[in-house]
Design a binder for this molecule. Structure first.
Ligand code: SF4
Length: 685
């Protein structure tokens, strides 16, 4: 297969005061939508980024974040050339070196660490800076596997929901945005599409226009919650008992679809047994919601069809997150909600293309696995072997991993050699011993795979690489060569890799993409669950009770672990996505003071007024910021935005400084929302 040509620019002469071209591309950032883009380029520079009509689901509009992506490409934080540290760690002072010197330094450090401590003393660290098929789990994975480094469990997001979805349904394709308007009942559970999947919002609004009932389960009153027919502001960490109460209601009131359960599921008797203790009253008391409202929710779910549950990622970020996801996603099986357009469940569709990355040219070795949520521990406590080389890419762990202060203590270690391959000077790059400049998605090829809609598109370079930035493919290919890990005929650079991936994508996906067409999966872009698609489990049934997971979870499947709040730290801190940040990408752009959202009762009890500077603290750390009195968050719960960089905060600590590095019940995921804290005025500190 030959290399696809750059998209032919469409002339927009004169529009912006000179000859301009509009180049088609797509967005591969970690977001469910994978927008198609029109990027206007003038005199070789990006002057405008907008949505294109090519992808009918993303429909010509994009988020405000990516609209500003040019500010990253040409901004003052851009890393323009390789550099070695010349000042103390954390200061971000570097001496320029050549790429040849930089890559040889990496190869030498790898070789030295392997000789002295074994290859597992090298920890590659990456997550979601791009979801592109070329920039993550490609030549990088081949390099790590062949060299025998430690393996990274990428669990900071989607691990509990992924474990639940896999156990129940083998990650069956789920209801896509286009079918939301068909639903008569829509349940948004732990998800806020207004910030983290904006193209879903018009479909929800269309469903409402057609008369659908909207239920939102979320500790905060989001924009969609305010327009919902029912909003259950549950205590963080209690979603599992709310869902179990619904199951109990379905079974107890003759609304469980017994014919479906017998034919298409296993383990429903055990689920019924585990749900039995959770009466509406008990669950409502535990979750801190009104029992009548919860009963209304149960009755609505029992009697509506098509009924669609959108399971989000907010409900997974606590000790009960995996069981919550299990109980929520099991609802349509028990309630008999499958088999109709607009009915069933909606979760990540990332597995819908069945792309198992055959281009990773090496088997996975049996080396040490490091859970990324334990980065701080790995850097400060692991001895067998110690982490001596840390290679960070597609990720900003100094800002995003739990227990931030422990992570920073680790990064300060004098005997740790940290390599950061990045686009801009992140909080983590400031601690690097070696920085390597990385291209953005506007400077190279890639593939953008949506995980809300089922869509895949090609990302094309719209401008030349800025400074000396290089792509992941080029750098990891070169490192494979320098470490004698390449095999004859294997791809070594971005264009080679592009062709390799196009040839290995399943079915006609590669041929369609190379021809500029939009691929569609065999079951179509809008599958009906249990009509067009069945569970990808061994027997194509829903496994409502997985014995192995039952043994893995601390208290078993569908169990509830109580609130970790104490008298000293009685408040629950959550850190959801904001309009500005789904992840930490673009956290370098200027922003106003991040504010702590707090209910008036909690503020009053502490003598706080709007705009007061406060310290939010627990035994792990302390965050300083102004308070915003927010009547529509539930009392006892406070909120800081996810994805902030340290520079956004008054004392250089983000919400992650308060997050424990404990793990969720299933999937070993992050427990950001298990942060329990106290708040006090800074004025009296
Ligand atoms: S981040 Fe999401 S909404 Fe924004 S441009 Fe990319 S895909 Fe579209």
């Amino acid at each position: 297969m030959s290399t696809p040509a750059k998209a032919a620019p469409v002339s927009r002469s004169g529009v912006l005061g000179g000859p301009a071209s509009v180049v088609e591309s797509a967005c591969p950032l970690d977001c469910p939508d994978a927008c198609s883009l029109n990027v206007t380029v003038q005199h070789g520079k990006i002057v405008e980024i907008d949505g294109s009509e090519k992808n009918p689901v993303t429909d010509g509009f994009i988020c405000a974040k990516v609209r500003k992506f040019g500010e990253r490409v040409y901004g003052p934080d851009r890393i323009l050339h390789p550099g070695v540290r010349k000042g103390p760690k954390g200061q971000g002072q570097f001496t320029r070196i050549t790429w040849d010197e930089a890559l040889q330094l990496v190869a030498d450090r790898f070789t030295k660490a392997k000789a002295e401590f074994g290859a597992a003393s090298i920890l590659p660290f990456s997550y979601g800076g791009s979801n592109g098929l070329l920039t993550q789990d490609n030549l990088d994975a081949t390099l790590w596997r062949r060299f025998g480094t430690s393996r990274l469990a990428r669990t900071v997001c989607a691990a509990p929901t992924g474990a639940a979805n896999m156990a129940l349904y083998g990650k069956m394709p789920s209801v896509t945005y286009q079918d939301y308007p068909e639903a008569k009942l829509l349940v948004l559970w732990g998800v806020n599409p207004s910030t983290s999947g904006i193209h879903l919002v018009p479909y929800i609004r269309e469903a409402q226009k057609r008369g659908a009932t909207l239920v939102v389960v979320d500790p905060r009153s989001t924009q969609l919650a305010r327009s919902a027919d029912l909003h259950l502001a549950v205590k963080p960490g209690t979603d599992v008992v709310v869902a179990l109460a619904l199951h109990r209601y379905l079974f107890a009131n003759g609304h469980a679809d017994e014919a479906f359960l017998r034919e298409h599921t296993t383990g429903w008797e055990q689920l019924r047994e585990r749900a039995e203790p959770w009466t509406i009253e008990r669950a409502a008391h535990t979750a801190g919601v009104d029992a009548a409202a919860l009963e209304r929710f149960a009755a609505l779910y029992a009697t509506s069809s098509p009924a669609l549950v959108r399971c989000g990622w907010g409900l997974e970020r606590n000790r009960n997150g995996g069981n919550a996801a299990m109980a929520v996603m099991a609802l349509p099986a028990v309630g008999g909600k499958f088999g109709v357009r607009g009915g069933g469940y909606s979760m990540s569709n990332s597995a819908s293309w069945s792309i198992d990355r055959p281009w990773i040219a090496a088997p996975e070795p049996d080396t040490r696995i490091v859970n990324m949520n334990h980065l701080g521990r790995a850097l400060t406590e692991y001895t067998d072997p110690p982490v001596r080389v840390l290679f960070v890419y597609n990720c900003n762990p100094a800002a995003t991993m739990p227990d931030q202060n422990r992570v920073l203590r680790g990064l300060e270690r004098s005997d740790l050699f940290t390599i950061v391959f990045e686009q801009v000077m992140t909080d983590t790059a400031l601690y690097a011993d070696l920085v390597l400049p990385n291209t953005t998605f506007l400077e190279g090829y890639d593939f953008a795979k949506a995980y809300g809609p089922i869509n895949i598109d090609m990302v094309r370079p719209v401008v030349d690489a800025v400074g000396e930035a290089r792509s992941n493919a080029d750098v990891f290919g070169e490192l494979c060569s320098r470490l004698d890990l390449s095999k004859p005929g294997e791809p070594t650079g971005e264009l080679d890799l592009l062709v390799n991936v196009l040839e290995r994508l399943p079915g006609s996906i590669g041929a369609d993409l190379a021809a500029g067409a939009t691929p569609a999966p065999a079951f179509g872009p809008t599958p009906i669950q249990f009509v067009d698609v069945l569970p990808n489990t061994s027997d194509q049934k829903v496994h409502l009770f997985d014995e192995a997971l039952d043994k893995t979870a601390p208290l078993g499947l569908y169990a509830f672990q109580p609130d970790p709040a104490t008298d000293r730290f009685p408040l629950t801190l959550i850190s959801p996505s904001s309009e500005r940040t789904i992840s930490s990408t673009l956290g370098e752009l200027p922003r106003t003071d991040a504010k702590l959202l707090m209910h008036p009762d909690d503020a009053g009890a502490r003598g706080l007024a709007e705009g007061d500077l406060v310290r939010v603290f627990n035994d792990l750390g302390e965050v300083h910021c102004p308070v915003q009195i927010f009547p529509t968050i539930r009392p006892g719960t406070i909120s800081l935005p996810k994805g902030l960089w340290r520079r956004n905060m008054r004392n250089s600590s983000t919400a992650t400084a308060l997050a424990p590095d404990t793990l969720s019940d299933l999937g070993a995921g992050a427990c950001f929302n298990d942060a329990r804290v106290q708040v006090a005025s800074l004025a009296i500190a």
